[in-house]
Design a protein around this ligand. Structure first.
Ligand code: ZN
Length: 180
């Protein structure tokens, strides 16, 4: 700006000079200032700032990644992992929890294998006598659950999904249709 109007002119004279210059030469000084601003380090700092909302999304993504690493590294929760292998996937599922569903997806609760693990009963064998009463047994093997399994199979096929199905896909479908 000093190139066109000197600082020593005093405030009013300087302002008039700038105004006159703008009228005569257009907005060149402003363009020059804008150009200088975009190349200054201060401008870099301003333009490097990202919106708060974008930073919140970044932090959430970092949190999910960290949670996933811990989930992968953990030796616990094998049954739950079979239903929910990814944290990101689970966070998008809207499950209405109840005691039966939580028993199936955790392997904890009213299962004979669970009672046996804590020495509440002597034998984990299911009432169908085909194996230990676990989540997988009840879902995929138990003779007593054969009829319910057929209903599940038909509903899943009607929904256009494949059968047999793994635990993870079953949880996904359940989150959409609430079969269990
Ligand atoms: Zn059984």
């Amino acid at each position: 700006m000093e190139k066109y109007c000197t600082v020593g002119q005093g405030n009013m004279a300087h302002a008039y000079c700038m105004l006159a210059h703008n009228i005569i030469y257009g907005n060149e000084p402003a363009d020059q200032l804008a150009k200088e601003a975009t190349t200054s380090s201060e401008a870099e700092i301003i333009y490097n700032k990202i919106p708060k909302s974008a930073r919140i999304i970044e932090l959430k993504e970092e949190g999910v990644e960290e949670w996933q690493s811990e989930w992968d590294a953990s030796t616990k929760g094998a049954i739950t992992k079979s239903f929910f292998p990814t944290i990101g996937g689970r966070l998008t599922q809207r499950l209405q929890m109840n005691i039966k569903l939580s028993t199936i997806i955790t392997g904890h609760g009213t299962l004979r294998s669970y009672y046996h693990r804590f020495k509440i009963i002597d034998d984990p064998t299911c009432f169908c006598k085909k194996g230990p009463q676990t989540s997988d047994h009840l879902l995929w093997e138990c003779e007593i659950m054969r009829k319910q399994r057929e209903v599940l199979k038909n509903r899943i096929k009607m929904a256009g999904e494949n059968w047999p199905i793994n635990n993870s896909d079953l949880a996904n479908i359940h989150a959409s249709f609430r079969f269990l």
